[in-house]
Ligand binder design. Structure first.
Ligand code: DGJ
Length: 714
């Protein structure tokens, strides 16, 4: 709901208020974002502003004011939300409110980029038109508020209304001003095979804190999701703000306290290596930043994003559907396979109850290693004499679905595509192009290159019964031709994703980027699941999945059971530990199942049956994280159905400790007045005891001992 009350505008969500106020001089000031407060005439409180505006030594100063979209250099010297080099060559700008437009029952879209949609929910959009007549530039600020969520989604459109070219140096999507107080910043760093390490740092006065990445993709190194929390915030309590950017390229979230102790936070495209020329009449649209507030700690924030992204971001028909249990051949065979070997794996997988066979890298061109053929999406007849079509038919004849890997944004120097179009690879003409993993990125800023990618992938999908696609991407960007190029690339990527996913709506798409190098809401808009990491070791995955779930729905996290010793870190774990960890995700196997013993095959059959039983919990359950692997020896999470009748609990004692007793686990979200039976052990528990006294688990006396419970109300 949006209430306009004189100079005050109040956006009301499920239990949040977001209030802005226009000063008498036309500045758009920020008043409040937090737990819902009543709608009043807040213009009565404008005295607060007058105390500083125009008083004291300066005739006019914006420096002390919380603002909605601040500029730099015209009395406010703090970090700006945008910078425009105007026709006079300076960056001075003063935007003032011209008009408010309320789009009732509508979620205004960001052009050319994925963003939230209204769906079945009740959403309104506020559009504030701001203008600076000294330079003839306009900024339109958009705020979407949903009746059902505690979120405010923001983006901006900057328009050049002048008769000369103007240049953008930066354009954040959202600017958030928080009152004086102690805050921590929580952000997610990493590397290949070590994604999503949850970090927490105290925001000290004067220092600039930036969670950013400038590698052309959202990146392994920093996720475009940040939380700003009160110092006492925990998983289950305390005030927390979430900022999640629906974007798959260079991003930045900046927090800095000003001289008065107020905190300014901005999120959007990374200004580093960004510049955008706007000719007269042209505009620039920022991606959407989704702000969330919770007074129930990190868990409260996660549950909001999970619901929102499942219902109002992810467009795939598969979003709410049960996903087929898959087997992927990558860690089973790598590049060393032929049709016969694949069919043997598929046959055995079928016997275990697996539903989808996925052929990973190496099926096209002459790709016997990672150094050739990307771009040549034609089956390698040496390995697959019957092509993809013939293989898919044989897999289908076994009663399984067939899925295929692509890495469409790339070209190998050793490929027919590169030989025909060397200029299609991103490069600067003065230098030799730089390969990574022996490959170049295709120049997706060019229409003909995007068309090629769309056609090459579509051609395979049209000619064979491919029901699942793994869309991989295995290098970051370098030698960019000009500043701002990375954004052009992202727009090309979205154009391709939009075309292909709309043309093949029944195909289940999975995103991947050397593991979790592009795990972001922009990708999720098109592909309802993403491979979280190339590190498939269960213990490493506990941390990765734990932090990934801070923002992203469990049903979007792709999880596989792989071989032991693990291929990435050599750790030895039981089949049980590996599957228990993978249940809270899409679930599948990635190993050579022809080596499985009969006992292991039995165990796999039972695992699949259990995963199917809890499928609705993975899709719709509320997630509670109960013990953090970043803080101690235990990792515990719980999924509870909306009606509190069904729950799944996973817990692991990571390293075994002699002479110790495990702490009790206090479950959350159950009905304290009801009894629950654990369907796996047959034990019956009282809800209030499970939640208040806690559950004592006897872990096996060994490292990485996991236990699971499937609770059902009796
Ligand atoms: C990186 C992916 O993350 C892996 O799962 C696998 O598909 C390889 N690429 C194949 O090259």
């Amino acid at each position: 709901m949006i209430i306009r009350n004189g100079k005050t505008t109040h956006l009301i969500g499920k239990s949040v208020s977001y209030i802005m106020h226009e000063s008498e001089t036309g500045e758009l000031l920020h008043f409040y974002f937090g737990r819902r407060i009543a709608d009043r005439d807040y213009s009565l409180m404008t005295g607060e502003w007058h105390e500083t505006l125009g008083s004291g030594a300066n005739e006019f100063s914006l420096e002390p004011y919380p603002q909605e979209y601040p500029a730099y250099g015209y009395t406010d010297m703090r970090s700006p939300a945008y910078q425009i080099v105007n026709r006079y060559g300076n960056t001075i700008s003063r935007m003032r409110v011209k008009e408010y437009i309320v789009h009732k029952n509508s979620a205004v879209q960001t052009e050319g980029m994925p963003c939230l949609f209204k769906g079945e929910n009740n959403a309104d959009t506020l559009e504030v038109v701001m203008y600076d007549d000294a330079i003839d530039m306009e900024i339109r600020l958009y705020y979407i508020v949903f009746e059902e969520y505690d979120i405010i989604a923001r983006h901006a459109v900057i328009l050049n209304r002048s008769t000369d070219a103007a240049k953008l140096y930066s354009a954040y999507s959202a600017n958030l001003e928080l009152p004086m107080g102690g805050y921590d910043m929580i952000y997610f760093t990493g590397a290949w095979a070590r994604e999503m390490n949850m970090q927490r740092t105290r925001i000290e006065p004067g220092m600039r804190y930036e969670a950013e990445n400038a590698r052309g993709i959202s990146g392994h190194h920093m996720n475009p999701f940040v939380m700003i929390a009160s110092r006492d915030a925990t998983e289950a309590s305390g005030e927390v703000y979430g900022l999640s950017l629906i974007y798959s390229g260079n991003h930045s979230t900046v927090a800095k306290t000003d001289q008065l102790g107020q905190l300014r936070v901005q999120q959007g495209i990374n200004p580093m290596q960004f510049a955008w020329t706007m000719m007269p009449g042209e505009s620039f649209t920022t991606p959407q930043s989704v702000l969330c507030f919770s007074s129930d700690g990190f868990g409260g924030i996660s549950r909001e994003y999970h619901k929102l992204y499942r219902n109002n971001l992810m467009r795939s028909r598969w979003t709410h559907r049960e996903r087929p249990i898959l087997i992927n051949n990558w860690e089973g065979t790598y590049f060393d396979f032929n049709e016969e070997k694949l069919l043997k794996i598929a046959k055995r997988a079928k016997e275990a109850g697996i539903e989808l066979f996925v052929l990973d890298d190496g099926w096209f061109g002459r790709r016997d290693g990672d150094n050739s053929s990307l771009g040549d999406w034609v089956p390698d007849e040496r390995k697959l004499p019957n092509g993809i079509k013939g293989l898919a038919e044989k897999i289908n004849a076994l009663g399984m679905k067939f899925g295929l890997w692509f890495e469409p944004e790339m070209v190998s120097p050793d490929s027919d595509l590169y030989r025909a179009h060397p200029d299609w690879a991103i490069h600067v003409p003065q230098r030799r192009g730089v390969t990574a993993r022996w490959q170049y990125l295709l120049d997706l800023s060019r229409d003909e290159v995007c068309e090629y990618v769309i056609e090459a992938v579509s051609d395979v999908l049209r000619t064979a019964n491919v029901e699942y696609v793994k869309w991989d991407m295995n290098r970051g960007m370098s030698d960019m031709p000009y500043p701002g190029y990375a954004h052009e690339y992202v727009l090309g990527y979205y154009r391709i994703m939009d075309a292909i996913t709309s043309a093949f709506p029944e195909v289940l798409f999975e995103g991947c980027c050397s593991g979790g190098g592009r795990f972001d809401p922009g990708v999720l808009a098109y592909m309802p699941q993403i491979w979280a990491s190339d590190n498939s070791d269960a213990v490493a995955r506990m941390k990765i999945q734990y932090s990934t779930s801070m923002c992203y729905p469990v049903s979007a996290i792709s999880t596989h059971v792989t071989a032991s010793p693990n291929h990435q870190n050599g750790r030895i774990t039981t089949l049980k530990t590996r599957a228990d960890t993978a249940y809270a995700g899409t679930f599948g196997y990635e190993l050579d199942i022809t080596h499985a013993t009969d006992e292991e095959m039995d165990e796999i059959r039972k695992q699949i049956a259990l995963r199917k039983q809890i499928d609705r919990l993975v899709h719709e359950g509320e997630l509670h994280r109960l013990a953090s692997p970043f803080e101690g020896e235990y990792c515990t999470w719980e999924l509870v159905s909306q009606d509190k009748k069904h729950a799944f609990v996973f817990t692991c004692k990571i390293l075994s400790v002699a002479s110790s007793r495990a702490p009790r686990i206090k479950l959350m979200g159950l009905d304290p007045d009801k009894r629950y039976i654990d369907k796996l052990s047959g034990r019956v528990y009282e809800g209030d005891l499970l939640m208040r006294r806690g559950l004592r688990v006897s872990y096996a006396q060994e490292d990485f001992a996991t236990e699971i419970l499937e609770l059902e109300q009796v």
